[in-house]
Design a protein. Structure first.
Lengths: 270, 332
């Protein structure tokens, strides 16, 4: 009887743990959480969604490492030429696959920071910079047309966060005489807008929050008293349109940033 | 008799029979003693896979488990594992101690694979497997999931009852004459758990794919082939065979989704197992995951009856036939 009860409990726990992968109901989450102490402890908690919902692109990373002597080396992970046997290569591939949602996802970003620290210690480096590298999948037609799988156009570096230093576009400064703005968006949620707007000095500190997930990517900037000071649309990874309140309406301030690193060690302000 | 009484009686009879049949079936399914041949073969193969998996960590041990690991101990709490995950490796700071424990782990895993002191080494193998996996959750993939599952269930039964040094030693102690291992309830429970766990794995693997467009429009197989980081053998020549790619995609999903149902009947089980071979060998040979492909095939062995295992290995099954119990009872 006791063994039957244990067997039933175990199988039910394995089932609900597998069920927990999003999208998932609140009921499944609650039951899976209730048996989490068990499924975590015996490691039967993965979701088993192999190559699902769709086989995806490869998430890789490029590390730029400044050595103590001043030389700089670049390493790409994963790299079949340097990680052997295949299982060791695959371990590195899994490490970089976890960066898919960085820096927007705190877990992925914590991993990116940790990887930078590891490479810093491993090479006794002065500085390590990690950049995302996504390897897109060619279509059948592209391959039939002669595109190799490692064609340079298939490698991109998207950055899915507003974190970074943004500067207003010169064309905007030309229209808005006496205007030049810099927006510094930090990973810790702090944001600062400085510069001049129509000849007037601007120096504002905000908190920032990502906008709702549906529709165009957007950012909200919150005042110290909790009210929304302004917002921004964020149509492309390196383009942001600040909707700045002015004269009873809003001015659209197009801004562009230099590509930020996914992680830098020793850390520095973005 | 009134209609309501007659209906009540029919319902009562039905539920009584349902309860009795369920309990009888449950007992037969879980608690019929089984020949441990399949279970022990899985120990041998899974043990070798565990040994290889952990042997490969040796090549970059400190980078994954040392003080300045890829996933540092500071980053570990937020590295994506469950809140109750544990690992003795988190307590290790000194590289010397790390290497000592690692060598000890390899020795234990080698003993387990060979079936030496298997009752003890099976428990230690599970502790080792979970500890390594939990220390670097960011580097895990399907191989580790199946390794951990097999190690968990291999603790339950007499995994050293055959194909083991334990068996050789027992035979030597008995003067070279030792009867075949007795059918075992715990071997049956362990095999049953493996079987049901495999059904859950494939069910969710298949259902997860049904959420994706590419598994419906038939392009998923191309997307796996076109991924250079997975590729171990270039199969992009299939770009010119779109209908074949569609077919392979649909077969994969259909097989995974139906596995939990069709693996049980006697007639469809061989077909499902036969299809597992090209599927997992394909993953092993073309998608660069040799270890994952092989460990899935090892786990599928749970559905191979011990009589088949013994027949393939050229052993006699007479001992088990005379016991009056089938080696692995199949559900009615």
């Amino acid at each position: 009887m006791a063994i039957s009860a244990l067997v039933l409990f175990h199988l039910a726990a394995v089932f609900v743990a597998a069920l927990r992968v999003p999208p998932v109901s609140e009921l499944a989450v609650r039951i899976a959480s209730a048996v989490g102490w068990y499924t975590d402890a015996v490691l039967v908690n993965p979701g088993y969604r192999f190559f699902a919902p769709d086989p995806g692109v490869s998430h890789m990373m490029r590390a730029t490492i400044e050595l103590p002597g001043g030389a700089t080396v670049e390493e790409t992970y994963p790299d079949l030429n340097h990680q052997w046997p295949r299982l060791l290569y695959h371990r590195h591939f899994m490490l970089t696959s976890r960066l898919a949602d960085a820096p927007a996802d705190p877990v992925a970003q914590a991993l990116a920071d940790s990887y930078a620290r590891h490479l810093h210690a491993r090479h006794n480096a002065r500085r390590v910079r990690i950049d995302r590298r996504v390897h897109l999948l060619p279509t059948r037609e592209q391959v039939l047309g002669g595109t190799p799988l490692d064609h340079e156009n298939l490698y991109v570096s998207p950055y899915n966060s507003p974190v970074g230093l943004w500067k207003s576009e010169p064309v905007f400064a030309g229209v808005m005489v006496g205007s030049q703005l810099e927006l510094r968006v930090r990973r810790d949620g702090a944001a600062a807008l400085t510069g001049r707007f129509r000849g007037q000095s601007v120096n504002t500190a905000w908190r920032w929050q990502p906008g709702p997930p549906e529709g165009m990517l957007s950012v909200r900037f919150i005042d110290a008293d909790g009210t929304q000071a302004c917002s921004a649309e964020w149509p492309e990874p390196d383009v942001l349109v600040l909707l700045y309140p002015a004269g009873g309406g809003t001015e659209r301030v197009p801004m562009r940033r230099e590509r930020p690193a996914l992680a830098v060690y020793p850390e520095e302000a973005p | 008799m009134r209609l309501a009484d007659r209906l009540g009686r029919l319902c009562g009879d039905y539920f009584r029979e349902l309860g009795t049949a369920t309990l009888r079936g449950w007992d037969r399914f879980w608690f019929t003693p089984a020949d441990p041949a399949t279970f022990c073969l899985i120990r041998l193969l899974a043990g070798l896979m565990l040994l290889y998996t952990h042997l490969v960590w040796t090549l970059d041990l400190e980078a994954f488990f040392g003080p300045a690991a890829w996933v540092s101990r500071e980053a570990w709490p937020s590295s994506g594992h469950g809140p109750f995950a544990w690992s003795y490796l988190l307590l290790v700071e000194s590289p010397a101690l790390l290497w000592t424990l690692h060598i000890a782990a390899l020795v234990v895993l080698a003993m387990f694979a060979l079936g030496l002191a298997s009752r003890v080494t099976s428990v230690l193998a599970f502790v080792i497997t979970v500890s390594y996996a939990n220390r670097v959750p960011a580097a895990l993939f399907g191989l580790d999931v199946i390794n951990a599952m097999l190690a968990l269930y291999l603790m339950i039964g007499p995994s050293g009852a055959c194909y083991s040094l334990d068996r050789l030693i027992a035979r030597w102690r008995a003067g070279g004459r030792l009867p075949p291992p007795e059918p075992s309830i715990s071997a049956n429970v362990a095999i049953r758990l493996m079987q049901l766990h495999m059904c859950i794995i494939y069910l969710f693997a298949g259902l997860g794919k049904l959420q994706g467009i590419s598994w419906w429009d038939g392009s998923a197989m191309w997307l796996t082939i076109a991924n250079l980081e997975y590729q171990s053998i270039d199969m992009t020549w299939l770009a010119g065979w779109p209908l074949l790619l569609n077919f392979l995609t649909h077969v994969t999903v259909a097989w995974e989704v139906s596995y939990a149902a069709l693996i049980w009947p006697r007639l469809t089980r061989p077909i499902m197992l036969a299809l597992a071979i090209p599927l997992h060998l394909g993953i092993a040979c073309f998608l660069g995951m040799i270890t994952f492909g092989l460990v899935m095939l090892i786990a599928n062995l749970a559905f191979v009856p011990p009589a088949v295992v013994r027949a393939v290995l050229g052993e006699s099954v007479k001992h088990y036939a005379t016991k009056g119990t089938p080696p692995v009872p199949l559900p009615a």
